[in-house]
Design a protein around this ligand. Sequence first.
Ligand code: ITT
Length: 188
Amino acid sequence: MKTLYFITSNKGKVVEVKNKFSNLGINIVQKNLGYPEIQAAELEKVAFFGAEHVQKKFNHLFILEDAGLFISALNGFPGVYSSYVFHTIGCKGILRLMSDFGDDNSRRAVFRSVFAYVEPDKKPLLFQGECYGRIALEERGGHGFGYDPIFIPDGETRTFAEMGTSEKNKFSHRGKSLEKLIDFFKKQ
Ligand code: ITT
């Protein structure tokens, strides 16, 4: 069985990736190696730089991902700063920032995911996915991680945290970027 290392500190991401790769005969193994996340306006740059950094010291097939939540009314905040913002003000802080915005289009947001796929001695390849939706009025649900309790994807009334892993994967930014990565993987 082929092993694909996933360089991440986030167990929630690993659960979703394993769910997506199940039945493909690929063993996903989490490695929490850590890597610098550069200050850049785009997730692509953060993922690419991180991938090249890891590649220098880890000579295996691996993936890593940078993701973020971009809220229209906040001009794209927290975006590339999603991790820092989650660990400082969290979902409650985001809801406070959104308190002047009613339950209409002004709560629009998009989740973005960029995976870097890296083979030894080759340039990292990037795979993107996004999921449009809105910020809920309050936290709901106990599944998932991060901003899941406050994000409702388009076409749904439930937050990501009110869905199981397979269901979230059908809608989510990560489900879509992984779909592209798996298509590529199958052709190899
Ligand atoms: P890595 O080690 O993989 O970088 P991380 O948790 O720092 O793990 P990111 O920088 O990619 O991951 O994520 C930025 C933030 O956005 C982080 O706080 C996540 O919890 C949150 N986030 C990312 N994807 C999410 C998702 O599918 N649902 C909810 N929150 C998510």
